[in-house]
Design a protein around this ligand. Structure first.
Ligand code: KMH
Ligand code: ZN
Length: 279
């Protein structure tokens, strides 16, 4: 029985413009402040996308390295870099993210329509990401945008073996226009399909936009964990823009406490995810 809740904050993403969402953390300083605030509230993992000096999404390796260092110096958070980047990022740049040596990186398990765009994840690219993470000891979070992505994960693990650390953790990204819906029914279907994956596989879930609350409640009810943040949600309630990532983390912590599964500490989260202790 799961007794704690892993809370991941995804503070920035690659899709919202700073001009449209002024509270979005885009500079390194803003990101570090956000990381500290969210860690103090109960987040244990940070899923990181970074921006350039003009606040545009970037996968610049030097900036990624500086970001990993800065978050580690100021918090105990598990640093998970996005290898998804923006839909326009080339595969080579997405693979190079691993050279920044994060604790974790995302690994999306298939191509998905993404609003008016396509988020491309070819099979050979997924294999490359997975095997390079194994070699480097980086723990993946497998991003699942559709039910079939879990079948691809089963195939990946069957052919290429378990990830670094031996534990499998997936994140259901729900409610993307083009992916699975952000509903309790879809979450239950995904959770049931985890029976085809290695015993002990854990999951978190996030619902884009207004699906954030149903997905959060369904995930807690199904024994899952939570991802929240301005990457996925920029409206707190109808007519109320999100003021900060803290607001979203605080709401997730409140729901987790109501479910009698308080937030996992970073040390508990490391143990759960098969990460070695940084100290
Ligand atoms: N920005 C999306 C195209 C990930 O971080 O790995 C991809 C994404 C998934 O956000
Ligand atoms: Zn992301």
């Amino acid at each position: 029985m799961t007794t704690t809740t892993l809370i991941t904050v995804a503070p920035t993403g690659a899709e919202s413009a700073k001009a449209d969402v002024p509270a979005l953390p885009v500079t390194l300083d803003e990101l570090v402040v956000t990381a500290k605030e969210c860690a103090a509230l109960g987040a244990s993992v940070i899923h990181v996308h970074i921006r350039d000096e003009a606040a545009r999404p970037t996968l610049n390796l030097g900036r990624l390295r500086d970001t990993v260092t800065a978050i580690r110096e100021s918090t105990d958070l598990i640093v998970q870099l996005s290898s998804g980047g923006a839909v326009t990022d080339p595969e080579a740049d997405r693979l190079r993210v691993l050279e920044a040596a994060p604790d974790m990186a995302s690994c999306t398990m298939g191509t998905v329509n993404f609003g008016d765009d396509v988020f491309m994840n070819r099979w050979e690219f997924i294999v490359d990401l997975h095997t390079r993470m194994q070699e480097r000891g980086i723990v993946p979070e497998y991003e699942i945008f559709d039910l079939g992505h879990l079948t691809s994960l089963q195939r990946l693990l069957g052919k290429y073996g378990l990830p670094a650390g031996g534990h499998v953790h997936v994140d259901f990204v729900m409610g993307v226009p083009g992916g699975m819906p952000g509903t309790a029914a879809a979450l239950v279907a995904c959770a049931a399909t985890l029976a085809d994956l290695p015993a002990g596989t854990t999951f978190s879930a996030t619902g884009i936009g207004r699906t954030t609350i149903p997905v959060m409640l369904a995930s807690l009810a199904a024994g899952g964990h939570l991802r929240v943040g301005m990457e996925d949600t920029v409206t707190y309630a109808r007519g109320y823009p999100v003021e900060s990532n803290m607001q979203l983390v605080a709401r997730a912590v409140g729901f987790a406490q109501l479910a009698q599964r308080p937030p996992a500490t970073p040390a508990e989260a490391r143990q759960m995810l098969g990460l070695t202790d940084r100290s």
